[in-house]
Design a protein around this ligand. Structure first.
Ligand code: FEO
Ligand code: CA
Ligand code: CA
Length: 648
């Protein structure tokens, strides 16, 4: 049972007023006169909270010193994008654009699955820029690897609304959805400031839930709970779905995270064996997608093991267009948000991931083997063996990574675990038993390449109650999200990502600092346009500065989702400033820089997705602005007019 730390409804604490510049520790200290439960929190607050005093690895001598050089933009909520003066926004590729030279053109409202299979997918999310040639740092030619998370049916089909979705979906439309989710690999090249698709590239490829066979590896491969009628060996699954954020490995593959897989299963199986696991993952047979009406593997009555084949991290080799993607079950099964790698001091590789749901956990996997650039073949199976951990934040500024290892602690047959496969398949329940810290929708987890510090982004949690507060999630409800910074210990000046004990602090608590309901906290004053709400996906530029994309500012504080930049060290650490804003209804995903920092790619996901907005009457027709053309999720490329580094 966690105890209250800050209660937003307990106004007798006074307000969080930025003009007084109190720290969260001040607030807590004030309450300590009445409550004695908080001394550990104060310690956490003093250790790195807003002050930048977390221990930094030797590498921080290279840490950022310059302030992002752009003129901050104002708030917006309109039909198009806005960017800081002196920057250009180019729409690089849109949902429905053919990815091959002779591909079929987009036919809004009439698309077929066969067409969608060779067109850019819908609702783009994670973006990786993979330089060409492989292992170079080229910044004007590369592979753009993009996830496609979801479908917005009422913006896809005529005469459809959320209210009549069930009656207007057909088998054909479900197949289009299956073809639109997954992943796209395209070659792109830059000429001057303009990027273009290389349509005749041999690398261009779609990976979909409808047609791409995926190998299963790791402890759950071949397990009874993964066997189905079409795959009696439990070794091969058709496709990947709900691909949210992701990551890139040091050996040049892309990791894509399967997030909300529970939305795809309908039916009510009589069998009881998986009932508890289904409950823990929110698989209630009601689904949202109707694929199970037409494809029995998504019907729990017909194929009760199919859900166990989703919720994994999938590894894709974009440099080999014939390669079979692999579901790496050693990394555990949850609603994975991302899979961020960091090479540790000794060459072992950590993969960090959030489980994006209210009160869920943050995970990391550490490989048993070491990454060796001179042995590319050996690196290929690194993600099959290692240790999965879950995060527990403590009250003394320390946090622990608790191992999810079969046979250790409570993870035994007495609790229903018969092997590491069971632990991986039911990672959430294993983490429950270990006492992991329930977080406020842990979304992106990213490593600062200069310092090795890990940034964990909590989007928000409006459902957290006062009696559910904990040290790492100090607001109930949490309307505006927050960012935690974890500092791993160092060995010879290099971050030790294998460590099971780290220090942590808050980087920022999102929200409007002058709105007492938000209890927002920044290290110092932010401008009226610079505060953010609902941080979601982040990226670091080559100078180690953080660029934060939001998801849900429109719903929560009434203006468009935006991208903010902040220093991660020095006097201006954590003071966010607004660089870009999206068209109405969109969230912003996938921020990714070229290695030289001169292009920032952003995924504009579900533009025009707001109440009352439909295919026939959308609230924006971005980016085409043509009659009859719905809003189209697209990847944009932002460059500086003078060709320089973003933020220089
Ligand atoms: Fe792409 Fe966690 O949503
Ligand atoms: Ca996101
Ligand atoms: Ca999100």
């Amino acid at each position: 049972m966690t105890r209250p730390i800050l209660d937003l409804d307990d106004r007798d604490d006074g307000h969080v007023n930025p003009s007084r510049e109190p720290t969260i520790a001040d607030l807590i200290e004030a309450r300590m006169n009445r409550r004695t439960v908080l001394k550990g929190v104060v310690a956490a607050g003093m250790c790195g909270l807003f002050g930048g005093t977390l221990p930094t690895p030797g590498a921080t001598t290279r840490s950022a010193r310059s302030v992002p050089g752009f003129t901050e933009i104002g708030r917006s909520l309109d039909e198009t994008t806005h960017v800081a003066p002196g920057y250009d926004v180019q729409v690089l590729i849109r949902w429905g654009d053919p990815i091959h030279t002779s591909g079929p053109p987009f036919r809004p409202g009439q698309q077929t699955a066969a067409e969608q299979e060779v067109q850019f997918g819908m609702d783009n999310d994670f973006i990786a820029f993979m330089p060409l040639p492989h292992a170079s740092r080229t910044s004007d030619r590369g592979l753009l690897c993009v996830n496609h998370e979801r479908n917005t049916a009422h913006l896809s089909w005529p005469k459809m609304s959320p209210g009549n979705y069930a009656s207007r979906m057909t088998r054909e439309r479900c197949e289009v959805e299956m073809a639109s989710q997954g992943h796209t690999v395209i070659e792109i090249a830059r000429a001057g400031n303009a990027w273009h698709l290389v349509a005749d590239s041999r690398y261009n490829r779609r990976i979909t839930c409808r047609s791409t066979a995926i190998r299963i590896s790791g402890p759950a491969a071949g397990h009874e709970r993964l066997k189905t009628r079409v795959d009696p060996a439990g070794m091969r699954v058709m496709g990947t779905l709900n691909n949210c954020a992701g990551g890139v490995t040091p050996w040049g593959t892309v990791l894509t995270a399967e997030e909300n897989f529970h939305l795809y299963f309908i039916g009510k199986s009589k069998q009881e064996r998986e009932a508890a696991a289904w409950k823990r993952y929110g698989i209630d047979g009601r689904g949202i997608y109707l694929w199970g009406r037409y494809f029995e593997r998504f019907n729990l009555d017909r194929e009760p093991n199919e859900p166990n084949r989703f919720g994994w991290i999938v590894e894709i080799d974009p440099y080999d267009p014939q390669s079979t993607p692999v579901k790496r079950t050693a990394l555990g099964r949850c609603k994975h948000e991302c899979a961020t790698t960091a090479v540790s001091h000794d060459g072992r590789v950590a993969v960090y991931s959030g489980d994006d749901e209210r009160m869920e956990y943050v995970y990391k996997f550490v490989t048993r083997g070491q990454y060796d650039p001179s042995r590319p073949a050996a690196n290929r199976e690194l993600l099959d063996e290692g240790t999965l951990y879950v995060a527990k934040f403590e009250e003394n500024g320390k946090m622990r990574w608790l191992p999810l290892v079969f046979g250790e602690g409570p993870l035994t047959a007495a609790n229903g675990f018969r092997s590491q496969a069971d632990v991986a398949i039911e990672a959430r329940r294993a983490a429950d038993l270990l006492g992991a810290t329930p977080m406020d929708r842990p979304e992106d987890v990213e490593a600062n390449p200069l310092t090795g510090h890990i940034y964990v982004v909590m989007t928000y949690n409006d459902g957290r109650k006062a009696d559910q507060l904990n040290v790492a999630n100090p607001r109930a409800p949490n309307y505006c999200g927050h960012i935690i910074e974890i500092a791993p210990p160092t060995v010879d000046g290099k971050p030790d990502h294998t460590a099971t004990e780290c220090t942590w602090g808050f980087f920022l608590l999102g929200g409007d600092p002058v709105n007492p309901k938000h209890h927002a906290r920044y290290r110092a004053s932010v401008t009226p346009n610079g505060w953010l709400c609902r941080p979601d996906n982040v990226a670091f530029d080559p100078k180690g500065r953080i660029w934060i994309a939001t998801d849900g500012q429109d719903d929560s504080v009434g203006f468009a989702d935006s991208v903010y930049a902040a220093e991660t060290s020095g006097e201006r650490r954590g003071i966010t400033r607004c660089f870009f804003s999206a068209p109405r209804g969109a969230e912003i995903c996938g921020p990714a820089f070229t290695p030289d920092g001169t292009t920032l790619f952003l995924a504009i996901q579900h533009p025009g997705d707001e109440k009352g907005s439909t295919f026939d009457q959308p609230s924006t027709r971005w980016p085409d602005f043509k009659d009859g053309m719905p809003p189209r999720p697209s990847v944009i490329a932002i460059t500086k007019a003078d060709g320089g580094e973003i933020g220089s």
